[in-house]
Each structure stands twice: as structure tokens, then as C-alpha cells.
Design a protein around this ligand. Structure first.
Ligand code: CA
Length: 149
């Protein structure tokens, strides 16, 4: 019995030790930043209104990262897939929901209507391999925007 407890402890300890590192990952890698999920004013299908929603993605690594094939996904399953876009070390790219011409620092999902739910939703950043790199959820308590760090 004592041996079994010791063995279980030995298995658990490395997992516990890994937790602080997992929490620190947000500051160190490619991650979701500030999300303006509720466009200012009343939602309409105007380009300004739809583009009033956006998600920032930060690259806090020391190297640039090619985002081609990375995905941004909501709770419903709507998905934005990055085309060729190289995000520099320490840089931010803003993904606006509506239509527009991509430029340095801003890319456009190209939708005709809002994607991020104003009451509650969850943004997910997914690697080309399909594994989830980061996620960030909000509720009505978050007042229109969420700082995911
Ligand atoms: Ca919204």
C-alpha cells in the first residue's frame, strides 16, 4: 500500500511542477491578446461595424513566425485560416472580422457579419497541426472586450 502511494506521488509530482511553466507560456509564446468581441455601437452589417470586432495575436518569442495555416475559431466553429503572414518577434497582428485589404499589422477575416458572440464565446488559436495553442473565453461580465494577456 505504502509503495503504491509513493509511486502515485512520484507520477503526480512532475505534473504539478509543470503547471507554473504552463501558466507562464502566455507571456513567452504566440498567444491571444486583447479581444474586442463587441463592436462599438449597435451591431449592423456595415463594414465599419463588422470590423469593429477584432482579435490581437501577439508573438512574444524572439523569432518571427509564419502564420500560414494557423486558425482562429469561435464556439460555433466559424474559422479564420491565416494565409501567408509573417509576424515579427515581439509584434502583434490584428484579425478584424469584416472585409478589407490585408496589410502589415492587420488582416481581415472577410465576413459580412460579426462572428464573436457579445454575451459569451471563446476564441481559440490553433496551429496548422490542429493542436490548440491558446484559448480565451468571456462572458457578459467582460464589458465588450477581454484582455487575454
Ligand atoms: Ca460581437
Amino acid at each position: 500500500m505504502a509503495t503504491a502511494v509513493l509511486a502515485a506521488t512520484a507520477l503526480t509530482a512532475p505534473l504539478l511542477a509543470a503547471s507554473p511553466a504552463a501558466a507562464a507560456r502566455h507571456q513567452g509564446g504566440l498567444h491571444l491578446g486583447y479581444i474586442q468581441y463587441d463592436s462599438p455601437g449597435r451591431d449592423s452589417s456595415s463594414r465599419t461595424s463588422v470590423n469593429g470586432e477584432w482579435v490581437n495575436i501577439h508573438n512574444n518569442t524572439r523569432s518571427s513566425i509564419q502564420l500560414k495555416g494557423y486558425k482562429l475559431k469561435d464556439n460555433t466553429g466559424y474559422t479564420y485560416t491565416f494565409g501567408s503572414y509573417r509576424i515579427g518577434a515581439g509584434k502583434t497582428v490584428k484579425v478584424r472580422t469584416g472585409k478589407g485589404t490585408n496589410r502589415a499589422g492587420t488582416v481581415y477575416w472577410g465576413r459580412g457579419w460579426h462572428v464573436w458572440n457579445n454575451t459569451s464565446d471563446k476564441a481559440r488559436l490553433i496551429k496548422p497541426s490542429g493542436s490548440q495553442l491558446d484559448s480565451c473565453a468571456w462572458t457578459t461580465r467582460d464589458n465588450g472586450y477581454k484582455n487575454c494577456h
